[in-house]
Design a protein around this ligand. Structure first.
Ligand SMILES: *Cc1c(COP(=O)(O)O)cnc(C)c1O
Length: 379
């Protein structure tokens, strides 16, 4: 690792925070003055604002995206022992949420071009115990709502969206989180909408599901001193909600900036497809919000991923891998599958590389990244 700062860091949150720093400080100061820390006014405001922006009626802030999945599934009537279909190439938090709800995660392979859950593979995994499917809107691209609604109707399944990477993404006229029975979001700092710590939200059009999560997140208490459920303590901090209230109005612009950056990458990378460098396919046009910009380095390419990543690092360009090991090959989740069970997911995990993308990333920086990839290929 070189000691000078990277020319193109993988993420740069200060670019989005600096212009709104004084607004954020003022809001935080107000909350400290009021001593309004738990289940406060800013939280209620943010719940309404984020649900409305996503095209649904109710939002319930929780401690993190993982809890939004776990508590959300429980509120949707997923019972212990129910099977829930999820893509094998998701972030492990999807699995943890399912296990929190005492349900059984059933992994399913993905489409090799979009990296999204493959519904043909999902259909083949259905048993008499299958109760729900969790489409993960991976990298900021939505799984087709129309295909999912058809699928869920055909097999009588609940759709629970993992929209942790897809704040305000759109496809076929639906916003992420608006077409399933309920959906989970994360406000982890580097997500497209991030807080200054952990945070999450469950959104839904179903009042009962919203009320149930409201109860579960607050010691199982629908009102003070009444504990109708065991529940847990999982609330979105009022301070975090206040930060998110300041940031939410900028989200559409930030998402648009990411989309423009992705288009620039697409154009510059186009000629490299003959050398085995292929971006994950975008089937959503401008509705893709590019939480991540991911390329595949095909086996026929002149370079392997590890070498490419190292050479980019040497030129001051940071990259990431989301994710290097599919869930069923992680030590904790070996019961969910064995090597070879999900071939597309396994191949993708070996081939993918995430390039820097964030609001404020300049075209010059994007050109720097692509030129460096070109040089590595022609080494
Ligand atoms: C970030 C993420 C989560 C979990 O969110 P946390 O807030 O970190 O708990 C779940 N699923 C996916 C796909 C994610 O990217």
């Amino acid at each position: 690792m070189s000691s000078s700062p990277p020319k193109v860091p993988f993420v740069n949150l200060s670019l989005q925070h600096q212009p709104i720093a004084s607004q954020i400080s003022e809001t935080i100061a107000k909350i400290i003055d009021r001593g309004d820390f738990i289940l406060g006014r800013a939280l209620a405001e943010f719940e309404t604002a984020f649900a409305t922006a996503s095209g649904v009626k109710y939002g319930v802030g929780v401690a993190c995206g993982t809890d939004a999945i776990g508590l959300g599934l429980q509120a949707c009537g997923i019972n212990p022992g129910d099977e829930v279909l999820i893509p094998a190439n998701t972030f492990v938090a999807t699995i943890i949420g399912v296990i929190q709800a005492k349900a059984i995660p059933i992994l399913v392979d993905c489409d090799p071009e979009t990296a999204l859950i493959d519904l043909t593979a999902a259909a083949a995994a259905i048993t008499s115990k299958t109760k729900a499917i969790i489409p993960v809107h991976l990298y900021g691209q939505m799984v087709s709502p129309l295909e999912l609604l058809d699928f869920a109707k055909c097999y009588d399944l609940i759709i629970f969206e993992d929209a942790a990477q897809a704040h305000l993404a759109e496809k076929e006229g639906y916003r992420a989180g608006s077409f399933g029975k309920a959906a989970a979001f994360s406000f982890y700092p580097s997500k497209n909408l991030g807080s200054f710590g952990d945070g999450g939200m469950l959104i839904t059009n179903d009042r009962e599901i919203a009320e149930k999560v409201r109860t579960l997140r607050n010691y199982g208490a629908p009102s003070k001193y009444l504990h109708s459920e065991i529940g847990t303590n999982s609330r979105l901090d009022n301070l975090q909600a206040a930060v998110l209230n300041v940031k939410l109005p900028y989200l559409e612009t930030w998402n648009r900036d990411r989309n423009l950056a992705a288009q620039h990458y697409d154009t510059l990378l186009e000629p490299l497809k003959y050398q085995g460098i292929v971006p994950i396919a975008n089937r959503s046009g401008s509705g893709h919000i590019y939480h991540l910009y991911v390329i595949r380095i095909a086996e026929k390419s002149a370079i392997d991923r590890h070498t490419l990543q190292q050479q980019l690092a040497r030129e001051g360009i940071q990259t990431g891998i989301h994710y290097p090991v599919p869930c069923h090959l992680q030590p904790a989740y070996q019961s969910l599958g064995k090597p070879g069970d999900f071939p597309h997911a396994e191949t993708l995990c070996r081939q993918i590389l995430s390039l820097p993308i964030y609001p404020g990333l300049s075209n010059t920086q994007i050109e720097l990244v692509v030129r460096a990839i070109e040089r590595s290929l022609n080494w």
